[in-house]
Design a protein around this ligand. Structure first.
Ligand code: IPE
Ligand code: IPE
Ligand code: MG
Ligand code: MG
Ligand code: MG
Length: 291
């Protein structure tokens, strides 16, 4: 009988369900809240970047599935906190009420904290990966998701609210708040596939450029997207006086900037010692996305 090939996306969805089959008799709401946000329909872009790279380098996907899920947990925690009233104050996410609306603010803060912490536990316990590589993954993730990366970018985002920032500050903010996690997804792939330092470097930078492109498109979709398709409220950036790319540039220029960064990312991919066609396809999907 011919074996049915399971897609990387199906693998991620199935593993996320398994990883969230947790409970505690005294505080079941923590696990319900985390599951609510994590298991709503989402693009799973960060896990897919990692798994596509493994496919391109003929590494079995089972090696990367838990690290891929750890990235999705970190990403989901960042969205839960990003939507809180003290940040972007958004009531919808992934097509449903944001976690602080479906539950309450304290539960949303705590579920976010739990997902962040649990991501590192998943990495530590991941099968098929030696201890030395696990330390590398943990080191990379803590740095990219932390003050030098995603959190730093979110702070810049909040402190830029109501201000007019220049384009280099904007790109710095985008490369941190969104690029750092895409960069580490590709770095994870490089570590798990034993790629050399030069390839790791190209992949990280490719991820950063892609993240900047991703955020330009996100800013655009905030204004001209289809609310049902993107699953979050339109006009949030304007309502919050965000230093979005649309406060600096016209829509056409934003699209041009997204394309310029997409191309820079593709150029980094072309410098790899061997081709990464599946990763390249994902880069294209990111630029042309409508959600
Ligand atoms: C939204 O992330 C936040 C940004 C970094 C722009 P995604 O667009 O990847 O959202 P999901 O994960 O598919 O919900
Ligand atoms: C979110 O950027 C980036 C992170 C959560 C790290 P946005 O605030 O633009 O994302 P959305 O538009 O709410 O998804
Ligand atoms: Mg935000
Ligand atoms: Mg937001
Ligand atoms: Mg946005």
């Amino acid at each position: 009988m011919k074996a049915v090939k399971v897609s990387p996306l199906d693998l991620v969805e199935a593993r996320l369900i398994e990883l969230t089959e947790k409970n505690h008799p005294l505080y079941p709401s923590l696990f319900e809240a985390a599951k609510y946000s994590l298991l709503l329909p989402a693009k799973r872009f960060r896990p897919l970047l990692l798994l596509s790279l493994l496919e391109d380098f003929q590494i079995p996907l089972e090696v990367g599935i838990d690290p891929a899920c750890a990235l999705e947990l970190i990403h989901t925690y960042s969205l839960i906190h990003d939507d809180l009233p003290c940040m972007d104050d958004d009531d919808f996410r992934r097509g449903k009420p944001s976690l602080h609306r479906a539950f309450d603010e304290a539960q949303a803060v705590l579920a976010g904290d739990y997902l962040l912490t649990y991501a590192f536990e998943i990495l530590v316990k991941a099968p098929h990966i030696c201890c030395e590589k696990k330390i590398q993954l943990i080191e990379r993730l803590s740095s990219r998701a932390g003050a030098e990366g995603m959190i730093g970018g979110q702070v810049l985002d909040m402190t830029s609210q109501g201000k007019r920032v220049d384009s280099s500050t904007l790109n710095e903010m985008f490369s941190k708040k969104t690029g750092a996690l895409l960069g580490v997804a590709l770095e994870f792939g490089a570590i798990l596939a034993d790629l050399n330092q030069a390839d790791q470097h190209h992949l990280y930078h490719a991820g950063i450029y892609l993240g900047v492109c991703y955020q330009y498109i996100d800013d655009l979709l905030d204004e001209i997207g289809d609310e049902r398709e993107i699953g979050k409220p339109l006009g949030s950036d304007k309502a919050n006086k965000k230093a979005s790319s649309l406060t600096l540039f016209s829509k056409e220029k934003v699209k041009e900037e997204a394309y310029r960064h997409f191309q820079k990312g593709v150029e980094e991919l072309s410098n790899l010692s061997s081709a990464a066609p599946r990763v390249l396809t994902l880069f294209e999907k990111c630029f042309y996305r409508t959600k």
